[in-house]
Design a protein around this ligand. Structure first.
Ligand SMILES: N[C@@H](CCC(=O)N[C@@H](CS)C(=O)NCC(=O)O)C(=O)O
Length: 209
């Protein structure tokens, strides 16, 4: 037993990243159980049979197994930068829906039996253009400060950019490129990207953040 929440996480998962960002900014101390997706802990599957990360088990035993719900739970406890204040204008739903579908097909075409990933890259440009238009008006998606939309979305844009960094860097979207670089260089992001060995049953978990 622990008196801290337990976070099942996977370092490179963008959903887990957004959860860790909110847990870190809200200074919500957890015990972190790094998950190998090919060998998920029985303890995690027992509380969340759908088998996706992140999963948070609160100190009073509540199971939260959707990344956005973990963000709002953490920020509901403490939201020092007012991430919950601005509306995201539907951006997060577009990210999690159509943009994520295009990203997966662009990044992993063989998983979808696709010979050519490039049409899916082209699909993704629509969302990037929408983000870039907002970032032409202000440095973050919802205004002058980072907020929920930035933190929920940039881990996915990072993944999209990394498929072909040269191509991404040559897009005529300077505000978007600057925004992504700002997020990646931020101490908060660095703080949530620590490396942990996969957790094994019975092991003591490291503290997070
Ligand atoms: N809607 C979920 C999606 C989470 C998700 O799909 N996570 C991926 C890793 S990035 C996962 O756990 N996939 C299960 C697997 O690969 O077995 C959330 O927002 O938390």
């Amino acid at each position: 037993m622990t008196d801290l929440p337990i976070l099942y996480s996977f370092r490179r998962c963008p959903y887990a990243m957004r959860a860790r960002l909110a847990l870190a900014v809200s200074a919500t101390s957890c015990r972190l159980r790094e998950v190998a997706l090919k060998n998920k802990p029985a303890e995690m599957l027992a509380v969340s049979p759908k088998g996706t990360v992140p999963v948070l088990v609160t100190a009073d035993g509540q199971v939260i197994d959707e990344s956005l719900a973990i963000m709002t739970w953490a920020l509901g406890r403490q939201d020092p930068e007012d991430w919950l204040a601005p509306s995201d204008g539907g951006l997060i739903a577009e990210n999690d829906g159509p943009f994520k579908a295009s990203l997966d097909r662009y990044k992993y075409p063989s998983r979808y039996d696709l010979a050519d990933p490039l049409p899916y890259r082209a699909e993704g440009i629509g969302f990037l253009t929408r983000l870039n238009g907002l970032l032409e008006q202000h440095p973050f998606l919802a205004g002058e400060q980072r907020s929920l939309a930035d933190m929920a979305i940039f881990p996915f844009v990072r993944q999209f950019a990394e498929v072909d960094r040269v191509w991404f860097d040559e897009l005529p979207m300077k505000p978007l490129q600057t925004w992504l670089a700002t997020q990646l260089a931020a101490p908060l992001f660095q703080a949530v990207m620590g490396k942990y060995a996969p957790w094994k049953s019975g092991q003591d978990e490291p503290f997070f953040p």
